[in-house]
Design a protein around this ligand. Structure first.
Ligand SMILES: [Zn+2]
Length: 292
């Protein structure tokens, strides 16, 4: 464990944790594990010098996701909207059911919409008693500065390829290495690629690129339907490839801009097909993509 996390655990054990923490960097999975452990430290009935006992009722309930004072807020679709934050807010101010501390973990907090972030800010400004809010995000820059400035930032370093691979079970090593490279060494993205299936992802992205290069709408139409999560994943992979292509001089910056905008729109809009067709059209009009 790194020093920062060790200090965080000690602060939790001594009940002097900041009431707003912002986890950023590293893997979402690692952030979730640390959040769970902090919730346990704050609520364990018989903590040991090594940390929570893992045997008492609060420890069990927290690890199984059944502790009434530990709340999770996650994007329902591609954003965390105002309704979700308001529903959460009404629970945050209720009295503690059984724990010493309430812990709220907001996962993928960089997907909170602006109105939702403003509602969140109100809670942060009037913090409920004995409550820790943990924002978990890939990039701290994705968090509203007024929220960021009130939080204690905890940085999770990226794992190496070897460390990421050693944490995976029952996967094809070659496929995992390819997924890691395709993700631009972003382990969250690499994990999502593996979960989706590498071959079908490569096939879809390859066909999309071909359709754009040949300006062939029929080829493009044959790529649908796909769901929104798939579309987000494909665009993330295309963004990484394009970024690397720009560095090599084989792709142009406007492509990355167009893909980034498509991702932004997709996170707010329901229709992935429409977003991807608009993107393809934009790439056509800009003279098509250069070949790798
Ligand atoms: Zn315990």
């Amino acid at each position: 464990m790194n020093l920062q996390l060790a200090l965080l655990e000690r602060a939790a054990g001594e009940n002097r944790l900041a009431h707003l923490l912002l986890f950023h960097g590293g893997s979402a999975l690692h952030q979730r594990e640390v959040a769970l452990r902090l919730a346990q430290i704050l609520n364990c009935n018989q903590p040991t010098p090594e940390g929570p006992c893992q045997e008492c009722s609060p420890c069990h309930k927290i690890i199984s996701g059944n502790h009434p004072d530990v709340l999770w807020l996650r994007p329902l679709k591609t954003t965390i909207g105002i309704e979700q934050v308001l529903a959460w807010q009404s629970k945050v101010y209720l009295k503690h059911y059984e724990g010493n501390y309430k812990v709220s973990v907001i996962e993928q907090a960089d997907l909170v919409t602006l109105p939702a972030a403003n509602a969140l800010l109100k809670v942060i400004e009037e913090p409920p008693e004995r409550t820790i809010i943990i924002l978990s995000a890939q990039n701290a820059e994705g968090i509203l500065p007024t929220i960021q400035s009130r939080a204690q930032l905890i940085y999770f370093p990226n794992l190496s390829q070897e460390a990421w691979l050693s944490g995976l079970r029952e996967v094809d090593q070659q496929e995992a290495i390819q997924a890691f490279l395709l993700s631009g060494k972003n382990q969250n993205l690499a994990t999502a690629i593996l979960e989706h299936g590498l071959p079908s992802l490569q096939e879809w992205v390859g066909k999309f690129r071909t359709a754009v290069e040949e300006r062939d709408f029929l080829k493009l139409f044959s790529l649908f339907p796909i769901d929104k999560n798939q579309a987000v994943l494909y665009l993330q992979v295309m963004a990484v490839q394009t970024q690397e292509g720009i560095q090599k001089g084989t792709r142009r910056p406007f492509e990355l801009l167009a893909i980034g905008q498509a991702l932004d729109v997709l996170r707010q809009q329901v229709n992935p097909r429409l977003v991807l067709e608009v993107l393809a059209l934009e790439l056509f009009q800009q003279g098509g993509a250069l070949c790798d």
